[in-house]
Design a protein around this ligand. Structure first.
Ligand SMILES: [Zn+2]
Length: 476
């Protein structure tokens, strides 16, 4: 590959306010079409917008968390275009004077730290939604419930060079917004969407190549796939002596390719101008300071605290704090049983693997933190073995039953009675004469075979320490 990719992201996040940006209508998802609307958000003549203060507070929070300078004065503008889901004929957005400027975000990709510039964050309203699959072949329907839902658009610098860096940036942005509780981060419901600008240039060149914009990607994996495809597509055009056309493209996950949506010639001229119905947005310094002091602990600070307070390795702290609900689950476990590294191991190995394979997130499972904590405590005090712990873990995950009840019902308690263990060991030694000979002739590595045989015979319930002690005594 003789080109390097230049990638920038534009992330649209729906702010988690209860009401819309310029009217008191509800933002609740899933309501019956056209029930959460009023004259303002459905674009009736003469209706006047009134700005939602909570939305501004959430936008300022996002800006502060991303290291931006909050502009004391920003301007809402009209972005004019016609579309059936936009009854006003314009979208209210911030254009020349956005609320937040010049922030940054640090990502780690393949162990390498990179600082990504955040050029701006501006506030805007969402449009409605066209419904094409309504059972009426010849009609499309329009649902205006989403009209005027508050959004922020976060625009990164063209600082990313690989699909993975782009996905890591998107993931980190989502985690921060969810930590701040300004966006629920639900990509299925379209509450977080990402556009990617992608261009290529010869390695070492300064000037940018012609870019294409991939619109509305709503998963980290899709974003990675779409950018990788786009890099390959553009490289093939350039290699063939062709020119990349500036255009907007869409990612088709089923076909694993991007397709053209519109070219530069078809691009809208939005004729932005300041909205005469809205005063400039003025945010005073005192309010900014107040919001700053209310910011919650963010992932990086939390990871540092996990290292200093719980003595966790840096890597563990990063993994556990990446998502707020997971960090919370971990800390709830610690309340139940104060063994941070042991709990961290169970969460990072067993729990995260199961969540991934079952496509669940931590808030959707039945196993409560105190149950996991109690099970780890039972292993530590010798009531059950680690292997039995895994059986109990799966059962807790599936049913949310307390570990004590599972142990009771399935008779999983560890056997520590030496005479019971001794009987089994004697039986195995009597049967395995050949292996006993090998052990006695110095091949001590067959010891593990004996331990395994005893454990198997006893259904994994024998206390391994006692098994080891008795075996050693008998064989030597
Ligand atoms: Zn309304």
């Amino acid at each position: 590959m003789k080109y390097e990719a230049v990638i920038g992201l534009e992330v649209h996040a729906q702010l988690a306010t209860k009401s819309k940006l310029f009217c008191p209508c509800s933002t609740a998802f899933g309501a019956k079409p056209n029930t959460n609307i009023c004259p303002v958000c459905s674009g009736q003549a003469g209706a006047l917008p009134v700005l939602n203060k909570m939305a501004v507070e959430m936008a300022v929070k996002s800006g502060l968390a991303l290291g931006c300078t909050i502009q004391e004065k920003s301007i809402f503008a009209r972005k004019n275009y016609f579309y059936p889901d936009l009854p006003k004929g314009y979208q209210i957005s911030q254009y020349e004077k956005p609320l937040c400027l010049n922030g940054h975000l640090d990502i780690v990709t393949d162990g390498k730290l990179k600082r990504v510039h955040i050029q701006r964050i501006h506030m805007e309203e969402d449009a409605g939604k066209l419904l094409h699959e309504t059972g009426h072949e010849n009609f499309s329907h329009v649902d205006l419930n989403r009209c005027s839902t508050p959004l922020i658009e976060i625009v990164s610098g063209p600082d990313l060079s690989t699909p993975q860096e782009a996905a890591d940036t998107y993931r980190k942005l989502r985690n921060i917004l969810v930590y701040l509780e300004v966006c629920d981060g639900n990509m299925q419901e379209g509450n977080l969407r990402c556009d990617a600008n992608v261009s290529l240039r010869p390695i070492g060149a300064k000037a940018f190549g012609t870019r294409s914009e991939i619109k509305n990607v709503n998963s980290f994996k899709f974003l990675e796939n779409a950018i990788a495809y786009e890099i390959k597509r553009q490289a093939e055009i350039l290699d063939g002596g062709g020119k990349v056309v500036q255009e907007t493209r869409l990612w088709n996950q089923a076909k694993q390719m991007t397709t053209s949506m519109r070219s530069k010639e078809e691009a809208h001229d939005y004729r932005y101008f300041p909205d005469p119905d809205l005063l400039p947005l003025v945010v005073d310094t005192l309010w900014i300071e107040k919001i700053k002091s209310s910011l919650p602990e963010l992932p990086e600070a939390k990871a540092e605290r996990f290292v200093s307070d719980y003595g966790l390795p840096e890597q563990d702290a990063q993994v556990l704090t990446a998502e707020k609900p997971m960090a919370h689950y971990f800390e709830e476990c610690i309340v139940g049983f104060n063994a941070p590294k042991k709990i961290a191991n169970w969460i990072m190995a067993e729990l995260m693997r199961e969540l991934k394979s079952r496509e669940l997130d931590i808030t959707q499972i039945k196993m409560k933190p105190n149950q996991l904590a109690h099970m780890v405590a039972l292993i530590e005090n010798g009531t059950i073995s680690g292997a039995i712990g895994k059986t109990i873990f799966m059962e807790m995950l599936n049913s949310g039953t307390d570990p004590d009840k599972i142990i009771e019902a399935k008779g999983l308690k560890q056997v520590t009675d030496t005479s019971t263990i001794e009987i089994v060991i004697d039986k195995i030694i009597a049967k395995e004469t050949e292996n006993v000979q090998r052990y006695k002739s110095g091949k001590t590595n067959v010891f593990g075979f004996f331990v395994g045989a005893v454990m198997k015979e006893m259904g994994g319930k024998a206390n391994p320490k006692i098994v080891n002690e008795i075996l050693r005594k008998k064989l030597n």
